[in-house]
Design a binder for this molecule. Structure first.
Ligand code: DX5
Ligand code: ZN
Length: 217
């Protein structure tokens, strides 16, 4: 299985975001992971659809937009129009996440569902047909740079559920990913690694090496 690296721009220099996106693209990122936080669903406030739109011309890579906003429904169209390729929501961020996933698909985008550390895999049961990506949070969402929570059994269980569908659904892991934790989650069945701190550390001259270290895990 080929491993994809999705640098989280939460750890980039926000003063020069366009430049940062170009640098991480050139360094070999597969997806650009964009963390959208509302200061309500999670205790931090980041960026909105306007920033996603402004960044779009800076890279042709897949924009993997992780919405940590509640409610998410009123903003799905904005992010779709801004140029998101994948839109991932949390099941807790609206009372009808089946409908939210359907809306994302109806806009011609790929749909993802994110599971917090304490969220059961049962939330996947009736929406599997609508999913292109499942995001397993290995930290509680809100901030970069937190310590990895080892949820390998959960990842393995979801990998089995995906394999049973016979469809290609990305299994992405987000939070505390380093070359060490990367090898654990890959062994458990993950194929997309989100990494903020460990891809952006050391400045632009290090990005390619940082990505290589994760890929080699
Ligand atoms: C956390 C975000 C993550 C975060 C990862 O709420 O969803 O994408 O930026 O950062 P690191 O890799 O530093 O744990
Ligand atoms: Zn994220």
């Amino acid at each position: 299985m080929s491993i994809k690296i999705a640098p989280s721009i939460l750890s980039a220099n926000f003063a020069t975001l366009g430049e940062e996106i170009r640098a991480i693209d050139k360094a070999g990122a597969d997806y650009i992971h964009i963390d959208v936080m509302d200061g309500h669903f999670v205790p931090n406030l980041t960026i909105g659809a306007g920033v996603v739109k402004a960044l779009r011309p800076h890279s042709d890579k897949i924009f993997d937009v992780h919405l940590m906003i509640e409610p998410c429904d009123p903003y799905l169209e904005d992010f779709a129009e801004a140029g998101a390729d994948i839109i991932t929501i949390h099941p807790e961020a609206g009372s009808h996440y089946h409908r939210s996933l359907q809306s994302i698909k109806a806009m011609g985008k790929k749909a993802g569902l994110a599971l917090n550390p304490a969220t059961s895999v049962d939330v996947l049961d009736h929406v599997m047909d609508h999913l292109d990506l499942i995001l397993v949070m290995t930290v509680n969402p809100g901030f970069g740079g937190q310590s990895f929570i080892p949820l390998m059994d959960k990842i393995t269980k979801i990998r089995d559920m995906i394999d049973q569908t016979g469809r290609e659904i990305d299994l992405e892991v987000d939070g505390g990913i380093t070359p060490e934790t990367a090898s654990k989650v890959i062994n458990a069945g993950a194929n997309v690694l989100v990494a903020g701190t460990s891809t952006f550390k050391g400045g632009a001259s290090m990005y390619a090496n940082n990505i290589k270290a994760l890929r080699g895990a």
